[in-house]
Ligand binder design. Structure first.
Ligand code: HEC
Length: 118
């Protein structure tokens, strides 16, 4: 009887992990994919910082990339030398709310690791 319970428990945990990875597949995306595939209304990280660079300027009134936008979009190349992982986590949180990118908290660390490689 104990054995059957044990086997049932193992089967259950296998099923749960399969369902889990199917439903939360985005969680397992590598940083590079999170960077370009998670999109808000204004696009992904890659829209404003293409390939880790800069798309130019951001117009915060019309919410678009524009040559005479009021904000310079910084390049992220070598960002790991300028900012600590903790600072990057905070900035990503800021990008998430400001530019409405539906990134989950569990994905932020993965994204930070990717930024450090730029
Ligand atoms: C809509 C355009 C836009 C999107 C989308 C966007 N950013 Fe930004 N990012 C900016 C702008 C503009 C700044 C300058 C700070 C500010 O005014 O918001 C910035 C600043 C940053 C900085 C600070 C760079 C520095 O040198 O201080 C980092 C890091 C960064 N973004 C990462 C990201 C990541 C990661 C994503 C995706 C989760 C993202 N950004 C999405 C426009 C964008």
């Amino acid at each position: 009887m104990k054995n059957i319970c044990f086997i049932a428990l193992i089967l259950l945990s296998i099923i749960c992990s399969a369902v889990n990875s199917y439903c939360f597949a985005e969680n397992q995306l590598p940083g590079k994919d999170l960077y370009s595939k998670i999109k808000g209304p204004y696009g992904s990280c890659n829209t404003c910082h293409p390939g880790g660079g800069s798309a130019g300027r951001w117009d915060s009134e019309f919410n678009e990339i524009s040559d005479d936008g009021d904000k310079v979009i910084p390049t992220l190349k070598g960002i790991g030398k300028k900012k600590t992982p903790e600072q990057l986590e905070k900035i990503i949180g800021l990008m998430k709310t400001k530019y409405k990118i539906p990134i989950q908290n569990s994905q932020i660390k993965i994204l930070v690791d990717y930024l450090l490689t730029l």
